[in-house]
Structures are given as C-alpha cells and as structure tokens.
Design a protein around this ligand. Structure first.
Ligand code: PMP
Length: 346
C-alpha cells in the first residue's frame, strides 16, 4: 500500500499557515536588529535563537550522513512523539498502534490528544510479530510506534518484522532508537529513502550523556519534517541547548569510549546476575540497562531504596512480572549495586 502524506495529515494542519517569527522573516547579517522586540543589551542571550537550528543540523547531518532537510530537532524525543500525533491524528477519531511493554510516552501523548492507543503484546521474548501488529491496525490508524532497542526489555525488535510493518502499513511508522548507540545492529536511518513513511527517533539523552539539555532528533522525509516544522513552537530549542549540543557532538570519541565501557559493564553485570548466588533470568540487552527477573521485585526494590540505590520496578508492567530494570552505572556504582543486592539475598 502506497504511503500518501496528504491522505493522513489532519485537514486543519494541511490548511493552516505556520507562525512566522522575526528570525524566520530575516535571516541575514545586519548591524542593528530592531525587529524582534528584544532587549538590546546582554548579548548573546538577549536574542532569540535560530528557529530552525541550522548550525546544529549541519553538524548532525555530517555525523549521521543525512541531509539537514531530513532532520527535525525537538525538546527531547518526547516533542516529536507528541507533534506527530497532533499533526496526523484527529482527536476522538484516529488511533495509534504501539507495542507493549514499551516506552510509556507513546500512550501518554495519545491520551493527551484524545487519540486511542491500541497496544499489541510482544511475545514472551519481547519479539515483534508484524502480522499481529498489522491486525490491530484499522482505517483510523495513522501512526505506529515501535521502539528498538525496546524499553524496558532491552532487545532489538526483529528487523524483518519492522520491514513488514513499514511495507504494509499505509501510515507513518516511528522507530524509536533512543538506545541505538549501545546496540550491535545498525540504525534504520539508512532506510529513510526507501520508506517514505519511516520516522527514526534518536536523542542526546542516553549515549551522548546530555539528558538535561533536552535534545531529541527525528529523521524522516522532507515532507514529514516540513509538517513538524509547521506546527512546532517557533523557538523550541533554546540557545543554551543549541550551543551545548554542538559541544557534545564534537566529542564523539568520548561518547564512544563511554558506550564501550557501558556495554562491557552491561555484559559483566548480566553474567554476575545469571550466576549464583543470584541465578536470575537476565533478558539479553542491546541498551544501557538490563531487565532482570529477581522474583520478589517489590522486596528487592524497596531493599535497594533503603540502601540508597534506586532502580526501576517493572513488576506491574506487561510481561515483566518479578522484574527490575537496572540502568548500567559506572564500574564502581555497579560493584556497589552487586554488593548491596547480595546483602539483600540473606
Ligand atoms: N524513547 C525511549 C525509548 C526512552 O526510553 C526515552 C527516555 N526514557 C525517550 C525516548 C525520551 O528521550 P528524550 O530524553 O530524548 O525525550
């Protein structure tokens, strides 16, 4: 089935005129700026930032080998997750389909917009079955949200199944790759040109170590990026974030070193948890966390809290009964975690 953006965009979004800011209307150099009602002192933070973040997109474009026209930057990936629903789903009428268990914001963004969220259960190994997912799709489904590596299970969804969804679903397929830098498989970014309905989400919040600055990236066709730009807040990425992101992205080697350490530590911890005295089931992870079936998850969770260690209790999440989700820390933090968990076994 061919993807046609015109057929799925909300008619009001297709018809509307976007806000045009002072920085949209004039982008060149000038000696005196009297067009944006800014305070003339306190340079450079008295000025509005670049609404389209050109310099930052150039840097990301080089890094990812993708033209800037295919890049949208948001206030975390959470912004494009929400904007896509607002652009394509008519409240009270349209649906999204996602997987469960997965990242909670797809459903929250749908709920906020009065858009029904249909959740398709993964199998017991947290694998995706494209047929089951496509069965949950109906004429009202505009968006499918997938997450790979998936949170909280940590596994990559089967590539072939994702291709099937991209091929047979006539709406937009979002592949959230927040954790892709920790994975052994390549990103879906190289498929942007083959699938006009693909949106790939990545973020500076995980491997790049910059969750505080809130910078998420959405990669898609120029047409889809154009729709997101049309409805975003004019200055959605502030100047401090744009500057710090440029700095962070110039330190790719440091990021790679940290990722290598986190991946080694992930495997070390998985090995320790699988052995006595724990003998826990540890789900294979391609992310910076482990899903560990500890049995009495509530007891272990509160025991760790008393010891000053906070993990995520996933005991009440679909398919995660008895499980904790444990983020990989520094080697020292991980050693202390192991010692404290051993102490709680007795
Ligand atoms: N996607 C997934 C799968 C996540 O786990 C998270 C954060 N927990 C996000 C997106 C949010 O990322 P950001 O900080 O870029 O909003």
């Amino acid at each position: 089935m061919a993807f046609k953006l015109k057929e799925i965009i909300r008619p009001n979004v297709a018809a509307m005129k976007p806000y045009s800011s002072a920085r949209n209307e004039f982008q060149g150099e000038a000696s005196i700026f009297l067009d944006a009602n800014e305070n003339p002192w306190n340079l450079p933070y008295n000025r509005y930032p670049d609404p389209l973040q050109r310099e930052l997109k150039e840097r990301i474009s080089t890094l990812k080998d993708i033209a800037p026209e295919h890049i949208f930057l948001g206030n975390g990936s959470d912004e494009p997750i929400d904007l896509l629903i607002r652009a394509f789903c008519e409240p009270g009428q349209d649906h999204i389909v996602t997987i469960t268990p997965s990242y909670g914001m797809y459903e929250v963004a749908a709920d906020t917009n009065n858009v029904k969220c249909v959740k398709v259960l993964l199998d017991n190994d947290f694998d995706l079955n494209a047929e089951a997912l496509l069965e949950a799709v109906d004429a009202q489904t505009k968006l499918v949200y997938l997450c790979s590596p998936n949170n909280p299970s940590g596994n990559l969804l089967n590539r072939e199944e994702i291709y099937k969804v991209l091929k047979y679903f006539p709406g937009i397929v979002v592949v959230d790759e927040a954790y892709i830098d920790f994975a052994s498989a390549p990103s879906f970014l190289t498929h942007l040109l083959s699938f006009p309905n693909l949106v790939v989400l990545q973020t500076l919040s995980k491997a790049w170590g910059a969750a505080a600055i809130r910078l998420g990236m959405a990669f898609a066709s120029e047409e889809i990026i154009g729709v997101l730009n049309k409805i975003k807040y004019p200055y959605n990425i502030n100047q401090l974030t744009q500057e710090y992101a440029l700095r962070v992205l110039s330190e790719a080697e440091q990021m790679q070193r940290q990722v290598k350490c986190i991946v080694e530590e992930r495997e070390r911890l998985a090995g320790l948890f699988r052995q006595p005295p724990f003998s826990y089931k540890v789900y294979p992870s391609e992310a910076n966390f482990l899903l560990v079936e500890v049995g009495d998850a509530d007891g272990m969770y509160s025991g760790l809290i008393r010891e000053g260690v906070v993990v995520r209790n996933r005991n009440r999440i679909a398919l995660c009964s008895g499980c904790l989700r444990i983020t990989i820390g520094t080697p020292e933090e991980n050693d202390r975690l192991i010692t404290k968990m051993k102490g709680l076994l007795r």
